[in-house]
Design a protein around this ligand. Structure first.
Ligand code: GLU
Length: 415
């Protein structure tokens, strides 16, 4: 059967509920997104042709606050993926204890194949189509795979034009000039760095080796901060074209400068650097493996072969359910996505709070508060997993599940 990330989410949810003896009726609602919207997006292409794209916005839960989550532009976007990504946002926001539910959106498109003008028209049409269900108190989009600050600026502008006044709080991850927060671009990578440090300390590794899959925003900033701030040795990094490896450590500033010029790693060369396939990167003997690309990368086969001691999930849903079991049996600790990559949404929350108050913070303050939230959340998840003698993933799900069902119980059921 084809991989269905939403079913994967439901399975883990059932296991977490079972461990704490929760009745099915207490959490059944979490298997049903509150709202699923599908939109058709007719776009006039630069050559005059009309093309119709498919878009989605799923609001999984608003029990703990407005829905929150990114918008993905990728050719594989489909409803089951968006549902899973939305549900993971609900759990992520509950783990870091910020007052949001979860949502996610996406357009089935390869953004690399569109011109800037086409992307702008697509983004504006998408915003117009989902406009009735988004808003600073309702649902707040942000960047995800294939989107960035410019995408958010266009969404903010479109929404504001339709409302008749500037509404910066409708999206997060904007450029600073239009109400973005200092520290937001680096936030997911910074969160990954913090969890990587805590993970290494828990095994008394002072200078671990690290392999990173993915050189997008999260992969590249993680690589930068882990090598620069922690002094760990990043031995491997990959992009869609393949990976590069150097036993004594890659020159990360040089590689990131190379990648930022839209060049592919398959064309990178330096003394001592060899080229590796995606599978080789994932199965290397590095102490820490950081998947920072897409879902379902660490399959059962990879899990059986990997030489990593720990996995820090920077992507959403990179590990399949059967791989998780194999990793647990092999004593490889997995730091789950909904904890590890939460830095992005935490600083999104700071951005939104700044927008609502029209009061802007210093970068140092943003970073310090992010550190505090990440460390607190890590301790909460660790404590829960130790209490129940389960993996950190289940510990994370249980932590979130308790907060979510607690809120639902207090609110009751309308009508
Ligand atoms: N797309 C990011 C995530 O998956 C950030 C979401 C947000 O900031 O709302 O966590």
């Amino acid at each position: 059967m084809a991989y269905n990330p939403f079913l994967n989410f439901c399975q883990v949810l059932d296991r977490a509920a079972d461990i704490v003896g929760m009745k099915a009726s207490d959490y059944e609602i979490l298997k049903h997104p509150e709202r699923e919207l599908k939109v058709a997006l007719p776009i006039r292409m630069d050559d005059g042709r009309l093309e119709v794209f498919e878009g989605y916005r799923v609001q999984h839960s608003s029990q703990r606050g407005p829905c929150k989550g990114g918008v993905r532009y990728h050719p594989d976007v489909n409803i089951d993926e968006v549902k899973a990504l939305a549900a993971w946002m609900t759990f992520k926001c509950a783990i870091v204890n910020i007052p949001y539910g979860g949502g996610k959106g996406g357009i089935k498109v390869d953004p690399a194949k569109l011109s800037t003008a086409e992307l702008e028209r697509l983004t504006r049409r998408y915003t117009a189509q989902i406009l009735p269900v988004i808003g600073p108190q309702q649902d707040i989009p942000a960047p995800d795979v294939g989107t960035n600050a410019q995408t958010m600026d266009w969404m903010m502008d479109t929404y504001s034009m339709m409302k008749g006044h500037a509404v910066p709080g409708v999206v997060t991850g904007k450029h600073i000039e239009v109400g973005g927060s200092l520290g937001r671009t680096e936030a997911t990578g910074r969160g990954i760095m913090i969890i990587t440090r805590l993970a290494a300390e828990s095994r008394q590794l002072s200078r671990p080796t690290v392999a990173i899959q993915g050189a997008g925003n999260v992969g590249s900033i993680s690589a930068k901060l882990i090598s620069e701030k922690l002094g760990y040795t990043v031995v491997a990094l990959s992009d869609v074209s393949g990976g590069v490896y150097c036993e004594s450590g890659l020159n990360i500033p040089e590689i990131l400068a190379f990648v930022s010029k839209k060049q592919f790693l398959k064309d990178y060369s330096a003394p001592g650097v060899t080229h590796v396939s995606n599978e080789q990167l994932l199965t290397l003997n590095a102490d820490i493996l950081i998947p920072a690309a897409l879902e379902n990368q660490i399959t059962a086969d990879i899990a059986a072969k990997t030489g990593a001691k720990m996995i820090i999930e920077a992507a959403n849903g990179p590990t399949s359910a059967d791989a998780d079991e194999i990793l647990a049996r092999r004593g490889i600790t997995v730091y789950p996505d909904i904890l590890s990559n939460a830095g992005g949404v935490v600083v999104s929350y700071f951005e939104w709070a700044q927008n609502l108050q029209s009061l802007y913070w210093e970068e140092d303050d943003v970073n310090r508060m992010l550190e505090k939230v990440m460390v607190r959340s890590y301790n909460d998840v660790k404590k829960t997993s130790e209490e129940h003698g389960v993996s950190l993933r289940l510990g994370a799900y249980i932590t979130a599940l308790k907060r979510l069902t607690g809120a639902a119980k207090l609110r009751g059921i309308f009508p």
